[in-house]
Each structure stands twice: as C-alpha cells, then as structure tokens.
Design a protein around this ligand. Structure first.
Ligand code: ZN
Ligand code: ZN
Length: 203
C-alpha cells in the first residue's frame, strides 16, 4: 500500500467514525426518558398511577384507568357496591333500601329473582293468574309456570287469597322485587316481545 493509499484509507475510516459518532449522538438524543402507558385498574380500586425505573434509567409511568367492575365501561364509574366495594357505572348500580348494590350482591344478600319468575310476576300484577294463559304469554312450559309460582309464593311475593274464588295477587315485597328486576330484565329482546303480548292481552 502506498502512502497515498494509506492516507486515503485513514480518511475513509475517519469519516466512517464521524458517521458513527453522529449516529450515537442521535441515539442519545432519542433515548427514552419517560415511558407512559395505561392499564386497566383492578376490581375495587379507584385508579391511580405508578412510577417505575426501567433498565436504562428511563422512568415508566403506569396510569391505572378505572372501569366499571360490572360492565367494563371506561371511566364512567360513579358508585361503589356497599357489600363488595366494586365500582359501578350508573347503569350497573341498583339502589335497594337507599344503598348501592351490584347485581351479584343484590341476588346474594337480598332478592334473587329469576327471569322466569319475573315474567310470571308481571302477569300476576296485570291480573293474569291462569297457568295456561301465563304459559302462552311467557312461552314457558306449564310446569315451569307452576314452579315459578311456587317460588314466588315461597319468597312471599305472591299470595293466594279471596273469599270464594281464590286468586293470586302480588304482595308489597313482590312489587318491590318486580320494580327492581324491571330494570334488569325489562330491556332484553325476549322481554320486550313478552311485555308487548301481555299489554295486548291485559291492557
Ligand atoms: Zn357498568
Ligand atoms: Zn357487590
């Protein structure tokens, strides 16, 4: 290699080193110093943020976003179930005896009404008490209607009374249960059809 070639090679290496240095400078410039991410907050927790340091010294910021513990809607929780402390949005909050409940706790600690029993209760409150008619309106089997009526009687939501002809009627507790569960079952598509048929039959 001649001196001229050697100088040329040195100059080539130098410019390459400059390039690398510049690249390193740029990398340093673009080094992550704060990494922010959002995660879903755990059940019963109201949200918050956590700061951690990463391997290269950057700060990791975790924002824990609260969601309704029942339906999962983001950032719309407004109430806390007074039994299990789940946070709830307005749609998922059930007020019973002036306290807030999630559906699970309403069922577990207070009133557990099946959809079938609710439909039968809707019939009875509208004066429809004959098993075959209830069966037709609710599209439930006769046996299911009879079982639901027994369940409602056991829960004290309906009673059989009258002088000569004994008929079922709804009790005060039954009305409370029905109103609570109107909100829970009332907007289901099959409930809509049923309520329309009931309205036609017993306006
Ligand atoms: Zn909700
Ligand atoms: Zn609860």
């Amino acid at each position: 290699m001649t001196l001229e070639q050697l100088l040329k090679e040195i100059s080539r290496i130098n410019s390459r080193l400059d390039e690398i240095e510049q690249r390193l400078d740029e990398m340093q410039f673009h080094r992550v110093i704060l990494d922010e991410s959002r995660v879903v907050e755990g059940e019963g927790m109201l949200g918050g943020r956590t700061y951690l340091t990463g391997q290269t010294g950057e700060i990791q910021k975790l924002i824990r976003v609260p969601v309704c513990d029942s339906c999962g809607q983001i950032g719309r929780y407004e109430f806390i179930c007074h039994h299990c402390e789940k946070k709830l949005c307005r749609d998922c909050t059930i007020i019973y005896e002036n306290t807030t409940h999630c559906l699970d706790c309403l069922r577990r600690y207070h009133i557990d009404l099946s959809k079938k029993a609710w439909k039968v209760l809707k019939c009875i409150v509208n004066g429809v008490t004959i098993v075959s008619t209830i069966s037709r309106l609710t599209k439930m089997l006769r046996e299911e209607v009879i079982t639901s009526m027994a369940e409602l009687q056991r829960l004290g939501f309906i009673v059989k009374d009258g002088w000569i002809i004994k008929r079922y009627r709804i009790t005060e507790d039954g009305l409370v249960a029905m109103n609570l569960y109107d909100r829970i079952y009332g907007s289901d598509p099959d409930s809509y059809d049923f309520l329309m048929e009931l309205k036609d039959y017993a306006p």
